[in-house]
Design a protein around this ligand. Structure first.
Ligand SMILES: [Fe+2]
Length: 193
């Protein structure tokens, strides 16, 4: 569905998510849109080019993958499954093809750890790897998240982010590592002390 209608749906979904991010209910803060969701959509599409994945499916999943937690922070522990449900409903309302909705929903449901090549749809590989990449490339936002949103103490917050950066890096597929090698070195250095 990489046609005019597909572009309109992608743009409408992006606008919807932007509005939800700007709402006072969004505990992640309005920066979540530009510093996380946009980053995931961008890197997932970059990976999608290399993996010959469907870029429209990837982009829709990129915008919507955390939507349940944006709308209600209490949903965080179950946000992949809940966000997939919201995406299904939203895309159905827009008459998006059922088979494509299921692919978007799959990407969202499996995004919380990098899916390895061959272990899922190519689009799932792209979105889940991009989600892990975003914590490595945008440390400023994730420092805001640990100290402001989660209200961790200094050492606890620093160690949380360090661990996330290291475990994400270890789980990334090689093409994802190749894209953010420099950012990984820079972020590790930033979190040294
Ligand atoms: Fe995310």
């Amino acid at each position: 569905m990489c046609d005019y209608r597909g572009k309109i749906i992608t743009e409408t979904v992006r606008e919807y998510v932007l509005n939800e991010c700007n709402s006072s209910k969004n505990a992640f803060g309005p920066a979540f849109f530009g510093q996380h969701l946009s980053v995931v959509a961008e890197y997932a599409k970059r990976l999608g080019g290399a993996l010959r994945a469907d870029l429209e499916i990837i982009e829709l999943a990129g915008w919507l993958h955390d939507i349940s937690a944006v709308q209600d922070f209490a949903a965080l522990p179950r946000h992949p499954a809940l966000s997939a449900e919201i995406a299904r409903k939203l895309l159905r309302e827009k008459d998006y093809p059922a088979e494509r909705i299921e692919r978007v929903a799959k990407c969202i449901a499996s995004h919380s750890a990098p899916v390895q090549t061959g272990n899922g749809l190519p689009e799932e590989v792209c979105v889940s790897n991009a989600d892990a990449m975003s914590q490595i490339v945008k440390p400023s936002y994730w420092l805001y998240y640990v100290f402001r949103v989660r209200q961790f103490g200094y050492a606890e917050g620093r160690d949380w982010l360090r661990q996330r950066v290291e475990s994400n890096w270890a789980a990334l597929i090689p093409p994802a590592r190749a894209i953010i090698e420099k950012e990984y070195d820079r972020t590790r250095e930033l979190l040294v002390s």
